[in-house]
Ligand binder design. Sequence first.
Ligand SMILES: *[C@@H]1O[C@H](CO)[C@@H](O)[C@H](O)[C@H]1NC(C)=O
Ligand SMILES: *[C@@H]1O[C@H](CO)[C@@H](O)[C@H](O)[C@H]1NC(C)=O
Length: 364
Amino acid sequence: MKDKIFPLAGDMVCENCALPSSTIEQISKEIDVIVSVAATTSFYERYDVALASNALGVAHVCHLANKCGNLKMLLHVSTAFVAGDQEGLLMEKPFKSGESLRKGYNLDIQAEIKLVENFKSKLRMQSSNDKLEKKKMKELGLKRTIDMLYVAYNDQKLPCFIADHNVISDMIPGDLVINAMMVSMAIHWDQHGGQAIYHVTSGHRNPLNYSITEESLYEYFHANPRVSNGGRIVKNKRVLLFKKYTHFHLYMILRYKIALETLHVMSVFGGSFSKNYNKLNRGYNFLMLVAKLYAPYVFFKGCFDDTNMRKLWATTTDKLNEDSMFDCDPACINWSSYLVNTHIPAVMVNSRNANHMKKANKIA
Ligand SMILES: *[C@@H]1O[C@H](CO)[C@@H](O)[C@H](O)[C@H]1NC(C)=O
Ligand SMILES: *[C@@H]1O[C@H](CO)[C@@H](O)[C@H](O)[C@H]1NC(C)=O
């Protein structure tokens, strides 16, 4: 395998993915399949960065694909969030160019680019506040997508949050996605023209609700108690959950805001008052921001239909025998076991490694 791998550095936000024309000339004759998976999946991405990679970047990949004379297939992977906040059963169908998720609106990509440019030039004239905010966000570790919540709980920064136990959080382990990609390539690579859409999702076949997530989180930290900086074992508390954002907000005002106002007055005396104020204020801002960012996902009312995916899977079980290496059936997942034994431990290891890296960088 290694002999067949040729890494080429490129950048999808640039035309031709920043590859020199001689390289394009060479690879365009050899490429059979382009797999496009590059994107930013941060929940807190700057609009200009998101637009450049997730919209224009895809266009650049498509242009490159057009130059590849022997290309059999372009496989593009997007996240579930292309569905926006639609409700009900979401079918495996393509979006039309210019189609907007908001009814009665058109998406004009040129207008979006202009908007970003105008906004950026305005920002450049403003103070350095923007930089400060960005730095703050980085400190909060908001680049960790949904797993950030587990990390925040581990760091004792998540005493309360928003969740609706009936809502399905559509999760899918990465290896099932890879399998689905392999199978779709094997099936479609020689079908000229045409387009197929697959939802590699779990909500329809094997729904994971927030009760299971919450229970799994509790169970994991019961078995692996958290340890404070001082080496004390932290009590395993349940996160106080609110079904409605307004209730959460009200609680935050009662629980934090009033205490904050009081501490703020006292902080003129400095010392521990001032320290407590800063700590509480950071906690308050963190929770409010995270709740705002996650609300659309926490309250997502759509369910992804996966009829095409199941058909694809059915054809491969015939072709590839029963015990396939390319299992992509989400029904086989035991969610609590997966979360407790696989997912949460992996997130914890990842976050510890990231922390070590941060410390090492600081020392360096
Ligand atoms: C969540 O899913 C589990 C397992 O499928 C089920 O037993 C439970 O009733 C569900 N809870 C809610 C609130 O829907
Ligand atoms: C899922 O895994 C949990 C924990 O390992 C176990 O207690 C439970 O019985 C399993 N559920 C099913 C349906 O196999």
